[in-house]
Design a protein around this ligand. Structure first.
Ligand code: KG4
Ligand code: ZN
Length: 344
């Protein structure tokens, strides 16, 4: 059954070990994600050394499972995709080594995929049709990036965060509020019962013509609010639940305001009519509501990645099919990088 022509995609940029099998029509035949949240919870964040060791243990079982669920054999694979950047170097090396080995042994092309670009390709997977050209916003634990996407494989960075990423702001804010790890979903949950106008947090760089972001001041503002409540001592456990809900809702609203405001500005500046939003924070319900409102107001189409394609996964690396169609396969000396900037 050699003519099945399937792509195996491997993802190990941070703390998810993932493998997926995708056919040439971008149908996802399997999408295996092994989260390491349980390992990192007690540290309150991802510990790089713990992450790479866990990838070593999990990468082959994840690939096996992806093939099994897709009812595929190694012989059915006609290309291997791997996200080689950006991410934690030790984590990236595990996925890259597995991908190179399979490419060499099976004698099929190795395709180098940029993880942040793949977060936007997740919108193409979600829509099930062409969505480029577009403005793209990637909001994850490690990155907040605005792109002008000329095509499915041509991305120009318009702006990025000058300090914390949006997901990092969610995670650090949740920690200050005494909420569980990972912080983004926990803060969203806490915010449900809160008033988003209870506290007027700053909207960093929102009025600046730049398309860059800054979130570290917002985190400091939250810290001051909490300390004010606890009379100078930081005791999140002592905050009453209604206050936590108000702080969470107001903090979330500030992040969402900035993200939506910058997207609006990028759409206006470029004249693009489509906005793509991907990355872990794109799973946020309030952000999704506000993006839907932006679509109506700016008369543009907004495609937010489906929840299963928002947080790290390998299926989004299906953009390898597009790269392969342009003859872009990688050599076996491909290296990893912590930087999102791709050299083509
Ligand atoms: O894309 P992702 O899985 O990993 C990176 O590439 O960083 O994103 C993870 C980030 C974390 O910061 C997590 O707290 C955040 O996405 N996140 C959320 C939500 N779900 C995940 N942030 C806000 N609301 C959510 N529902
Ligand atoms: Zn990611």
């Amino acid at each position: 059954m050699k003519d099945r022509s399937l792509l195996l995609a491997i993802e190990s940029t941070c703390d998810e070990t993932a493998a997926a099998v995708i056919d040439r029509d971008l149908r996802v035949l399997s999408n295996v994600v092994q989260s390491q949240d349980d390992l990192h919870r007690r540290f309150g964040g991802v510990v790089p050394e713990v992450a790479s060791r866990a990838h070593v243990e999990r990468i082959i079982p994840a690939i096996d499972e992806a093939l099994r669920r897709a009812e595929a054999e190694l012989d059915d694979l006609s290309a291997i995709a791997v996200t080689s950047r950006p991410g934690l170097v030790g984590s990236l090396l595990v996925g890259l080594t597995a991908a190179k080995t399979l490419s060499l042994v099976l004698d099929v092309p190795l395709i180098d995929v940029n993880h942040v670009e793949a977060h936007l390709f997740a919108c193409r997977m979600t829509a099930g049709r062409a969505v480029f050209p577009a403005i793209g916003l990637v909001v994850s634990g490690g990155h907040t990036l605005l792109f002008d996407c000329r095509s499915s494989v041509e991305f120009e960075i318009l702006g990025s965060t000058i300090d914390d990423a949006a997901g990092e702001a969610f995670d650090k804010g949740a920690k200050l509020l005494g909420l569980p790890y990972p912080g983004g979903p926990a803060l969203q949950q806490a915010a449900v019962a809160g008033n988003p106008r209870a506290v007027r947090f700053p909207r960093p760089l929102l009025d600046s013509p730049r398309l860059d972001f800054s979130f570290s001041g917002l985190k400091t503002a939250l810290l001051y609010e909490i300390q004010g409540t606890s009379h100078g001592r930081l005791e999140p456990a002592a905050l009453d639940p209604a206050r936590v809900a108000d702080l969470a809702a107001s903090f979330q609203e500030a992040i969402v305001d900035v993200l939506v405001g910058k997207c609006r500005r990028a759409l206006e500046r470029t004249g693009r009519k489509t906005l793509l939003v991907g990355g872990g924070v794109a799973a946020n319900r309030r952000l999704r509501e506000r993006l839907a409102a932006l679509a109506a107001e700016a008369a543009c189409e907004v495609v937010v990645a489906a929840p299963e394609f928002c947080t790290d996964n390998a299926a989004m690396a299906a953009m390898a099919w597009e790269l392969l169609a342009r003859g872009e396969s990688a050599a076996l000396d491909l290296d990893v990088s912590p930087s999102p900037i791709r050299k083509r």
